[in-house]
Design a protein around this ligand. Structure first.
Ligand SMILES: [Zn+2]
Length: 196
């Protein structure tokens, strides 16, 4: 926000003072959010999938670069140096069918089947909805617990009915997921460690 030229000092001071509670709230929010974990791609490192953390185990068995088997993420030691990329490929591959099933499940309740769904890196957004009916999800959301994944699915499906965050929009979300506020709060406050 730039100060308009010719604006007197008192005006600027008042504008800053009015914004202070917002700034304080944002700073408190940032401080309360746990930092994302630092990944070393070493044995025993915990990696989340659907809200459960599984230990990473580097074992050569000539199979796929990453497998989830027997409660452990098995990774070929030869790909560990590029572990993040291989884990993301695993999450993307699993997110596609999983999200398609949840979209199908809620599509009848929320009442608007999407034209298509896509899984990709959406930066700081968990999902997006386009006016033409295309829905996109961030691969990262499959690290979260299932009920939170469902909330993100319902949120985007509800945008097919209302392309805004109006009272009507939240009404659609609540009709499908009466406890959605809990999941919304979790995303804001507790999703930090559930990142890669
Ligand atoms: Zn939204």
């Amino acid at each position: 926000m730039a100060a308009p030229s010719g604006c007197c000092r008192r005006h600027i001071e008042r504008a800053v003072r009015d914004k202070l509670p917002w700034v304080r709230r944002k700073l408190a929010e940032m401080a309360s959010r746990p930092p994302a974990p630092r990944r070393l791609w070493a044995d025993g490192e915990m990696l989340p999938y659907l809200g459960t953390s599984y230990p990473l185990c580097l074992v050569p068995d000539g199979g796929a670069p990453v497998r989830l088997r027997g409660g452990r993420f098995l990774m070929e030691p030869t790909v560990a140096a590029d572990g993040r990329r291989h884990m993301i490929a695993w999450y993307v591959a699993h997110a596609g069918p999983l999200l398609a099933r949840r979209v199908e499940h809620f599509g009848t309740t929320v009442g608007a089947p999407p034209a298509s769904i896509e899984v990709k890196d959406l930066g700081r957004r968990w999902g997006t909805c386009h006016a033409d009916g295309r829905i996109r999800f961030h691969w990262q959301i499959v690290l979260f617990p299932r009920p939170v994944v469902d909330y993100i699915v319902v949120h985007e499906l509800a945008h097919l009915l209302e392309l805004n965050h109006s009272r009507r929009f939240w009404g659609h979300v609540e009709a499908a997921l009466p406890e959605y506020r809990e999941h919304k709060a979790w995303l804001k406050q507790e999703s930090g460690p559930f990142t890669l």
